[in-house]
Unconditional design. Sequence first.
Length: 728
Amino acid sequence: MAVPAFAATGKATGVGSAEALFIAQIVALILVGRLLGELMQRIGQPAVVGNLLAGLILGPSLFGWVWPEGHAFLFPSSAEQKSMINAISQLGILMLLLLTGMETDLALARKVGSKSFVITAAGVAVPFACGFALGQFLPESMLPNPTHRVVASLFLGTALSISSIKIVAMVIREMNFMRRNLGQIIVAASIMEDSVGWIIIAVTLGIATAGGVSLGSLAKTVIGVALFLGFSFTIGRTLVFRLIRWVNDTFESEFAVVSAILIVMGAMAIITDLIGVHTVLGAFVAGVLVGESPILTEHIQQQVRGVIVALFMPVFFGMSGLSADLTILKDPTLAIYTFGLVAIASVGKFTGAFLGAELSGLRRREAFAIGCAMNARGSTEVIVATIGLSMGALTQNLFTMIVTMAILTTMAMPPMLRWALSRLPPEKDEKERLDKEELDERGFVSQFERLLAAVDDSLNGKFATHIAGFVAGQRGMPLTVLDMSKKEGKDFGAIDFERVVKTAAKQSSESAEAEKGDDKPRKVDITKREVEKSEEAVTAEARKGYDFLFVGTEKMRDTKGAFTKDLSSAVAGFGGPMGFVMAGNYEDAAEQQGYNILVPVNGTEFSRRGLEIALAMASADATQITALHVADRSAETRKSRRTPASRRAEKAVLDDVKALAKRYGHEIKPAVHLEGAPDEAILDEAKKMGASLIVIGASRRVGDLLYYGKTVGALLEKWKGAIIVVGS
């Protein structure tokens, strides 16, 4: 079949032909990569394998071998045409490292650090030594420069020593092992290997750039990397968080935070290039810092992930496959070397990880599973090999051998790991922890990432600020305080809201830190804004993205107990859940470290939210909580006997209450009232137990004014003590 004349020369002959060919290349890589990625996932393999296979199929390994003219037309050899798609591919490397960093959970690595550290040390050292030794014995014909054998050996050692966190996490998640002890150790070890691996790569690339190993260049590279990492994880962490928050809160244009993330990635990539190491380290560290930012919501992360997975991943891995030529395996010598590389990589990695697991005290079956898991190479090795090829540290044949190794080990790992994990049922203490974390997954407070408080200088405002600070302190959530104290003819109030928040957050942090297995929460970042018009202020602030609003102002309810029109107007622009905090006649409410709390529960999701807020604000020693189950039956049936169905419903509600209380590490007193109206039962129990605070969750009824049903309305009218209404 004839092809256009410029295919033979590799030059476009018509206006716009180069651009059209570039688009055709992108479309082909995305289309074939997506189809093969979908196929791979359906048969239990990672999608990245499909992207690599797409490049092999479209490259000289198949397409160029079956139809050389067609391949030359679609992928001409001219430098000008290649440079266009290579630019996308090189940017794809940085984007992939950004995404890898964003998905790196350093908290998990710290949590199970001791065992994972031993596994990482052995799992990297043994295969690295194997790869380096292999490089020392390769024939000179397979090296780009025989005088720089050490550089090629370092690349081989690096390529053989690192696991792919994406592939490992995929199988662990699929097998529901992500929260299992062993699953967390495996993922944490992969995270450490990835992190250590990119540091090794940075040092290796520094040596490669210098043209060989010299004490001066090595010291410069190591010191530069150390200073960069030290700055990034101290001052840099704060700068990145503040930049993302400032952009999120200031810009009104679409995807402004995504632009900020890309700028951070680019800036850090340039810095690493200036200190003499590859830009990939800067992109990876940028991703880690961005991923740890409390402002980074799941929605924003998915926006970044979407363009990377849809465009840059298939283009980069497709281009890697295009650069490999499997037809070289027709040469028996190269075929032997290739399968020898696969064997050395597999045995070295399995042995290192297995020994590390045994040294860390894990059982033999667990060590076997870890050895299987760490043997997935996937994307990391391809990136390393691509960089080595572009720098002239690897030959085309060596590059093809590494890509082949990456594909084969990646495809072999999932079935092996699935089989190994299926033989490891959870033990008793692990099952208890899994049950606890399952509650968190469907929890309310556990999903909070950023809090807002709209308050004034009243007792209600100080109490609401105290509660908001206590909840924020448990996980170091950022909190914004809108000071609405200014009234006509008066200045802002004298309450130091930041001091109130810091005091409450410190109490909360100490309580959370004392809970077994929890990491010490980070410091609460407080932003205070003085506003005059509360309605406009809350509406404007709500656009910046908050998970919960605490409200505490002087006039929140009228003489009949209903929420005021001004309060309804003030919070009308906030679309999420809210907590209306009223101190009542409890003048010391904001000064207390503990409360005697009554929480009405009736089995609805909204009453459960109220219970979670109560549990979240309760310190382990100073707070007592009573959960009152009120059967909201009609007046005609209140005096009738309970049916088996009603008894089962009662039990289900109280069992859920106990499970939730256990999750927060609190003892909770259950109570049941069946006689009288719900509000009367709540008030009777509150008087009986001497409650200092009622926390009640309810759903908002339709209408312009805030109204949460008859029970809440009656409590607001009759109860003179402190109360928090958690509403939708």
